[in-house]
Design a protein around this ligand. Sequence first.
Ligand code: COA
Ligand code: MG
Length: 297
Amino acid sequence: MSTTVTRVRRAMLFTPGDDMKKLAKAAASGADSVILDLEDGVAVNRKQEARATIVEALKTLDFGRSERLIRINAVGSGLEADDMTQTLPAHPDGYVIPKVEHPEQIAWVAERIAPFDRYESWESGSIRLLALIETALGVVNLKAIATADRRLDALIFGAEDLVGSLGAVRTREGWEVFYARSAVVTHAAAYDLQAIDTVYVDFKDMDGLKTDAEQAVKMGFSGKLAIHPNQIEPITQVFIPSDATIAHAQRLMAAFVLNQANGTGVFDFDGKMVDMPMIRAAERVIQRAQAAGKISS
Ligand code: COA
Ligand code: MG
């Protein structure tokens, strides 16, 4: 079992890797993570240009507090080896691996990183991995993928590609991907990983984005992908608990400590039975509030 992931990843902004202007905008965007894309956001004949541009961006741009992730092309696409060897020396904070279907694909990326840890004297394990689950086979193999490597921090759900893989039709309600979305968050919880929700493609529809992000919070996701800078603030806000939610979690934790001291396991709180799962949920609320600076750690 991996140790609990502590990095806060609420809004994670995708930016095409061959567009320096957008990369600069992303670096200053305030997103928790910026994903410098080499995969579907970059045309096939622009891959080499994108690798060089990303390396340049990592060397020259100030990303502030934002995590710097690179999305490589799928392991097996034939593009992944150049993606890794050319970008690794620039020491990104991690890699997003798309269309993961087997644990071996994660192991392959981890094996490319290991020598750099040794020869560049980087802190061991400092480069993190995030796996995009966006095909039917990826969903079916979630358990093996979730336990593939100690660098793995998060499972990311990708609805748009999944719909193609299923032969389904994308709808606003999202029932066609509900099983997969739920499977991703369930496996992440089971193996102590973060779960990150899919993109909301209609980037002008802020109400729809908010509703979709709120649904993700209720399901247990800890963050959501973004494709446009305007999506960052609404997503971030949704993943910060409200004052009332924080106050409730704090009262619950205080009651828990008191009951534990008195030797009571299950107890009554505001007319509801409280047991360990509710305590863990309250702890997560408090962690999110601390990450947002709403309460001290
Ligand atoms: N990252 C950084 N900057 C972005 C951005 C992104 N993802 N999306 C838009 N911007 C910038 C634009 O360059 C523009 O900058 P400017 O005001 O300095 O000219 C500003 O934000 C406003 O953008 P807007 O005109 O509203 O959108 P657009 O038509 O330029 O771009 C998209 C629309 C969808 C092409 C663009 O948002 C995008 O490239 N998104 C990422 C797509 C992606 O990576 N997909 C793969 C993962 S699913
Ligand atoms: Mg895709």
